[in-house]
Design a protein around this ligand. Structure first.
Ligand SMILES: [Zn+2]
Length: 238
């Protein structure tokens, strides 16, 4: 498994800026590992997110600062995160089963292709169910295109989340302003993308400054270690 070099960060930032979130997550992994996008797109979301956590740790380290809004009073909450503590213990991905509302459903875990298709649908939850249900039975009889009631769809979503806990990491908080306790979703794909975007902006400033003073090429500047770039920037008083 690779890491994101300075050149990788600028490349993936440039390519993924115009992409939708699901595509961006795959771009980040493809840029660092050289894995094929279509293979990455078929990973269950928890597997994808475990790889994104690895990538974040190797690129920026295990500590991170999280930000959320209190659901009680809207106050901005900042907290320190240790990424290893966000790893869910989980069995290897495999089909799951759930009984709800007279239905017996066997399902596979959603992957990036499924999410991408679902977010564009009129009813994302129903679209995701249609893609991921492997077998539906009612009264013991197989049903080819099940029209599931909302409660059964909700039970299916809960069973999927329980089977793939890395796909939905919830952080507990207690608000220091109003005292409310709540949970906030930690989305590693969105989190890492914001960091890559911020790092790309810093790198562009560094390249622009050093190229102006020393007339070095972008490739040469990006190939330097961060320490060496910083030392040159100090020399030029930036
Ligand atoms: Zn609050």
């Amino acid at each position: 498994m690779g890491t994101l070099s300075a050149a990788d960060i600028l490349r993936v930032w440039e390519a993924a800026s115009s992409q939708r979130p699901v595509e961006r997550a795959l771009s980040l992994l493809a840029a660092s590992t050289g894995a094929r996008r279509d293979e990455l797109a078929r990973l269950p979301i928890g597997d994808r997110d475990a790889r994104l956590l690895d990538l974040r740790e190797r690129t920026f380290g295990p500590r991170a600062a999280g930000v959320a809004s209190c659901e009680g009073c809207g106050a901005r909450l900042e907290f320190a995160l240790e990424l290893p503590s966000l790893r869910a213990t989980r069995a290897p991905a495999s089909d799951g089963e759930v009984e709800a509302g007279g239905w017996h459903l066997r399902f596979r875990l959603p992957n990036s292709d499924d999410l991408e298709a679902a977010v564009g649908a009129d009813d994302p939850r129903r679209a995701l169910a249609a893609r991921c249900i492997v077998e539906a039975r009612r009264g013991g009889e197989p049903v080819a295109e099940p029209d599931l009631p909302p409660d059964t769809l909700a039970a299916l979503a809960a069973a999927m989340a329980a089977r793939d806990p890395q796909a939905e990491v919830l952080l507990d908080y207690r608000c220091p302003t109003c005292g409310a306790a709540g949970q906030t979703l930690f989305d590693i794909a969105a989190f890492l993308w914001e960091e890559v975007r911020a790092q790309a902006r810093r790198l562009l400033v560094e390249v622009a400054t050093l190229a102006r003073v020393f007339a070095w090429s972008e490739a040469d500047i990006l190939a330097m270690s961060a320490e060496r770039r910083r030392a040159y920037l100090e020399l030029v008083g930036d």
